[in-house]
Design a protein around this ligand. Structure first.
Ligand SMILES: Nc1nc2c(ncn2[C@@H]2O[C@H](COP(=O)(O)OP(=O)(O)OP(=O)(O)O)[C@@H](O)[C@H]2O)c(=O)[nH]1
Ligand SMILES: [Mg+2]
Length: 194
């Protein structure tokens, strides 16, 4: 649901970070926020529990220059990963232009990754999206932890189309902007082809 405002010469896109609880979605957005200059970003709005679990969403607008005279603004959202917040996830997916799936590389979170990916596909279909077509990239986060599975094994389990895959350590920023750039590029290419 890209919003193109011809009068204001603006393109607005929505990118949603999805994935299992504690996988590092909020950390990705926080890192992007910290490293982005003030004139390119809006406020980071987080609705979280006392223990910093995302309660409803995180939100941050980001300006990424202009394309043929149109200012492009990307609105970054995260969903709450905890299983019981499914209604919120469904709502936050509405109108998404692109998705990042943040997987938790730890072996102990293997089932949680698969479950969250299935949940994403279901919620996409319920929102009228084709999971095979929406701009999408996969991030394997928490690569620094001792319990991390081999990246190729995790990729094999989670990759379901020809999406790009990025290894990340979100609090250190490893892979964070690479992931963001890839999804932005995919969204813009998708926009062009319409
Ligand atoms: N070691 C390590 N810790 C990480 C990494 N990414 C995130 N964390 C930590 O994992 C915890 C959870 O990260 P969040 O970003 O809050 O996870 P989330 O996916 O937003 O979780 P929900 O909001 O509950 O869905 C935090 O303590 C982060 O600092 C990583 O790559 N390596
Ligand atoms: Mg969160």
């Amino acid at each position: 649901m890209t919003f193109i405002n011809y009068a204001a010469r603006e393109i607005n896109c929505k990118i949603v970070y999805y994935g299992p609880g504690l996988g590092g979605k909020t950390t990705n957005i926080q890192y992007i926020y910290e490293k982005t200059q003030n004139d390119s970003k809006g406020k980071l709005i987080s609705l979280a529990t006392e223990s910093e679990r995302t309660l409803f969403f995180d939100f941050m607008p980001l300006e990424l220059g202009s394309i043929r005279g149109f200012r492009t603004r990307f609105h970054l959202y995260t969903v709450p990963g905890q299983v019981f917040y499914d209604a919120s996830r469904k709502l936050i997916l509405k109108g998404a232009d692109g998705l990042v799936f943040v997987a938790d590389s730890q072996e102990a979170r293997y089932d949680a990754n698969l479950e969250s990916l299935e949940n994403l596909k279901e919620n996409l279909v319920e929102n009228g999206f084709d999971p095979m077509k929406i701009p999408y990239v996969l991030q394997l986060n928490k690569r620094d932890l001792a319990g991390a599975m081999p990246a190729d094994e995790l990729t094999k389990a989670l990759q379901f189309r020809d999406e790009q895959v990025f290894e990340a350590i979100a609090p250190k920023g490893v892979g964070v902007f690479e992931t963001l750039k890839a999804v932005v590029k995919t969204v813009l290419m998708d926009l062009r082809s319409r």
